[in-house]
Structure formats: structure tokens, C-alpha cells
Design a protein around this ligand. Structure first.
Ligand SMILES: [Zn+2]
Length: 141
């Protein structure tokens, strides 16, 4: 009986252990990497290893927004990255998000929302503009 127990213990001890690598830590998030490395657009593209898709750009912008929350007040290289700005402006799917995250002002000629929607009497919306024109013309009613 003792021999059986010893044999069992020996067997148990010799059982192959799962390799340590099998219990891998969760992959580092992009925003955590950004906080640690403060990489540029070119460096990010190099680690990506391919042309970024609109979804990749959206992920990068989200990571930048998240990194800012983790390190408030810190300046990130991506914020002033001309290549990222260009990509954002040329990619309709991420344009709106990118302009908010990167703080890009709408280009000249893009109408202000107040010129499209009525927000208050006498604003510059189409309805008020038309009304002002009609009053000026004295339309005879
Ligand atoms: Zn109006």
C-alpha cells in the first residue's frame, strides 16, 4: 500500500506542468502603450505593419482620448502629429471623431451650426434670413 502511494506521488510529481507561457498576461492596451511610449503616428504604423484602416485610426484616436484621461495635462506626440491630422481629415469615417480628439477647427467655409438651424430669434438660420429679406422687401402683404 505504501508502495502504491509512493508510486502515485511520484507520478503526480512527474506530470508535465503546463508551460508558464500558457498563462500569458493580457495584451497591453493601446492607451497604456501610448502613456508609456508616447509614440508618433509613424511609429504606430510601423508596429501595425500595414496601412491603417479607418477602424485602426478610430482605435488610435480612442486610445489617445483614453491616454489623456490617464495622464491629464500631459502632451502627447500624436496630438501635434501632422501625419495623423492629415489622415484624419482625409478619412471621412474618422473625421468627426478626429477633429474632436485632436482639437482641429472646422476649415473655413464650413457653415456654423447656427447658420443651419434656428436656435434663437434673429440668428443667422435660413428661416430668419428669409424672414429678414421679406421684411426688407416689404412684400406687400
Ligand atoms: Zn432663426
Amino acid at each position: 500500500m505504501k508502495h502504491l502511494l509512493a508510486a502515485f506521488l511520484l507520478l503526480a510529481a512527474c506530470r508535465p506542468q503546463p508551460p508558464v507561457a500558457a498563462i500569458a498576461p493580457p495584451p497591453e492596451t493601446l492607451d497604456a502603450r501610448l502613456v508609456r511610449d508616447d509614440f508618433t503616428f509613424a511609429q504606430w504604423r510601423a508596429t501595425l505593419g500595414r496601412e491603417p484602416t479607418p477602424a485602426d485610426l478610430a482605435t488610435l484616436l480612442d486610445a489617445l482620448a483614453a491616454a489623456r484621461k490617464q495622464a491629464p495635462g500631459r502632451a502627447f506626440a500624436l496630438e501635434q502629429d501632422g501625419e495623423l491630422r492629415l489622415r484624419v481629415l482625409r478619412t471621412p469615417k474618422v473625421q468627426a471623431k478626429g477633429m474632436v480628439v485632436l482639437g482641429i477647427a472646422p476649415p473655413e467655409g464650413v457653415p456654423d451650426v447656427k447658420q443651419l438651424l434656428h436656435t434663437e430669434p434673429g440668428d443667422n438660420c435660413p428661416v430668419c434670413r428669409m424672414r429678414a429679406q421679406m421684411e426688407k422687401a416689404g412684400n406687400g402683404l
